[in-house]
Design a protein around this ligand. Sequence first.
Ligand SMILES: Cc1cc2nc3c(=O)[nH]c(=O)nc-3n(C[C@H](O)[C@H](O)[C@H](O)COP(=O)(O)OP(=O)(O)OC[C@H]3O[C@@H](n4cnc5c(N)ncnc54)[C@H](O)[C@@H]3O)c2cc1C
Length: 445
Amino acid sequence: MTVSAATSDVTSSPGRIHIIGAGVAGLAAALRLRHFGSRVTVYEAAPRAGGRCRSFADPQLGMVIDNGNHLLLSGNHAAMAYLAECGASDRVVGPEMPEFRFVDIGSGQRWSVRPGRGPIPWWILNARRRVPDTGIADYWSVVRLLHAHTDATIAQCVDPASVLYRRFWEPLTLAVLNTAPEHASAALMRAVLQETVAKGADACRPLVARTSLADALVDPAMATLAKTGVSVRVATRVRAVTATGISITSLTVEDEEVPVTPNDVVILAVPAWVAETLIGGLTVPPPGEPIVNVHYRLPAEFLRPDPVEIVGVVGGMTQWVFMRGEMASVTISAAGAVEDLPAEEIISRCWPEVAAALALGTIPVPPARVIKERRATPAQTPAAVGMRPEATTRYNNLLLAGDWTATGLPATIEAAVRSGFAAAALATARPGKPAMASSHKRGAA
Ligand SMILES: Cc1cc2nc3c(=O)[nH]c(=O)nc-3n(C[C@H](O)[C@H](O)[C@H](O)COP(=O)(O)OP(=O)(O)OC[C@H]3O[C@@H](n4cnc5c(N)ncnc54)[C@H](O)[C@@H]3O)c2cc1C
């Protein structure tokens, strides 16, 4: 299913709308349904909204940090609409023109990939703009990727022995799909290329939160919802979802039994691994790889003029470095081999790579904090993509949202927002005629 980010046309009117989960998907659904005001309730198990996209005050570093570096691209049109709807478009920042800088830690070589203005990548013809030690023929891999079968992995489209694989496709795949190219779905990468690179430079600008994820993606949404009377109940876990026949009939919200009528709508916007515990017989993709982030607080003299710098690192433990204000943050995706290492070891091994990537010279390891997100994304292999459910379910008043649903995109903010917008649009449409389902009550631990 390819879901649309168009503003929902509130033509028919459901009764109450229960949204379970206040990650980006649940918040996006709530934003689109905010015109229903107090008839919309969002239940969030954690003390704060945001889910896998959150910020918190770190006493050790003495600053607010994000659970992990999150990159948006200007072509993420649903995410841009989400920001605009809560007046937060200026809370993400990035360079005027897209430029992706890389350094090879082994050879010391540096290069930049700068997509051209138009859809045809003329820059490939210019040897100085290509990735070092690659030829024009290597870029034929893009064509193979764009025509890949749904069962194909990225490594089946790009020669794993090539320089372009090591210096471009591998870091790009890890960043976008949190999966090594040998296992990652080529179809998901194709969707990203079609919505960004194939549209030219204006769709490829990298954007990050100006100060924090909460400041950009969570607080403005919460403020907008509060203004319209939507209730977001944090620290409130939905423990069970009860169905009778083809309808959801109640929610167990902490210890309270909340009735749900057939005219009400439930939008389940929890992670896949929670959804399958709440809804019997639901097929979901399995969890994917962890992501490890290391945040270093740099001395004030290293502050940069640019609001953000992003450098891809080839040949080290570090994969990407994000420099924002006093913070240099490392991202290590598909981090199965790193997640069980002691934090001190990760900090000391990544630091020389960060210092090299940002040309900081030789300085002692600054204060740092490691965050290991063990269930960062669902798996993004071709098989796992085939397990993603549509938004509609066999229950006539239950819809699904989340980065793990069938959006056709990698599990990202863009996918989460689109799924939330799509669920909101469906919530206001006349429900379909689902197949009969047996009565059940399922609960989450
Ligand atoms: C370290 C890291 C780096 C990432 N980097 C990027 C990036 O660079 N770019 C990008 O686009 N994406 C990135 N992502 C992915 C992105 O964060 C997710 O795709 C997105 O946040 C998922 O949103 P969601 O709403 O679908 O799910 P979630 O954020 O998981 O939200 C689900 C919510 O449901 C709540 N919940 C769970 N159970 C219950 C219950 N029983 N009752 C009530 N509430 C419940 C949870 O507490 C949570 O708040 C990254 C993720 C991580 C972890």
